[in-house]
Design a protein around this ligand. Structure first.
Ligand code: GDP
Length: 189
């Protein structure tokens, strides 16, 4: 069992830790359940704050795993407050991080199973593809779908996108093992 601890919140790229430890980053819309997913992976309830105010945390949050690598929670995009320009894109911080993080081994694009891929998620996928960044999709909150809806969603995502698609539920804990496996595989590659 990995030990995950909060390291720091970085408001700027320059504040990221130096060194060559691998990074595994999480991106997705605000409210998609990224904090809850991180808590579930860490096996704790309060590692990452499960926010009631979407989009409040506009920082890069770093979590140490066994002093070997970092899980990196990037600011959520598409939150409903703030200017339209801000709402319709992901922040420069996210863009800069993805562009500059030399040790980035894997990006997990977390989507809401009820919504599927939104336009912003598609933009993010294109960005990851164009940067040749290894990535996969996590269909989160899968408990909100019926069994057949869940099967259909996974099939559709797998057919359309040339990347691994995993599912997760914070309510049932399903998917956690597969996600850890994908992370461990990526950092040891
Ligand atoms: P973040 O903004 O992406 O960090 O989202 P949060 O982790 O704060 O979660 C947003 C809301 O979704 C909270 O009310 C969570 O309780 C809920 N949530 C998160 N994950 C799940 C899940 O797997 N299933 C269900 N049903 N609700 C979830």
């Amino acid at each position: 069992m990995a030990t995950v601890t909060f390291l720091k919140s970085a408001p700027r790229i320059d504040d990221l830790p130096e060194g060559n430890r691998p990074h595994v980053a999480f991106v997705g819309r605000s409210n998609v359940g990224k904090s809850a997913l991180l808590n579930d992976l860490a096996g704790t309830k309060n590692l990452a704050r499960v926010s009631s105010t979407p989009g409040r945390t506009q920082m890069v949050n770093l979590f140490d795993v066994d002093k070997k690598f970092f899980l990196v929670d990037l600011p959520g995009y598409g939150f409903a407050s703030g200017s339209k320009a801000k709402r319709d894109t992901y922040s420069d911080l996210v863009r800069d991080y993805l562009w500059q993080a030399q040790q980035l081994k894997l990006v997990l694009l977390v989507i809401d199973s009820r919504l599927g891929l939104t336009d912003l998620d598609r933009d993010m996928l294109s960005y990851l593809e164009s940067g040749k960044l290894p990535h996969l999709i996590i269909a989160n909150k899968i408990d909100k779908l019926s069994r057949s809806e869940a099967v259909n969603l996974m099939r559709e995502l797998q057919a359309r996108h040339n990347v691994p698609v995993l599912s997760h539920s914070n309510v049932t804990g399903s998917g956690k093992g597969e996600i850890w496996h994908a992370i461990q595989t990526a950092i040891s590659a």
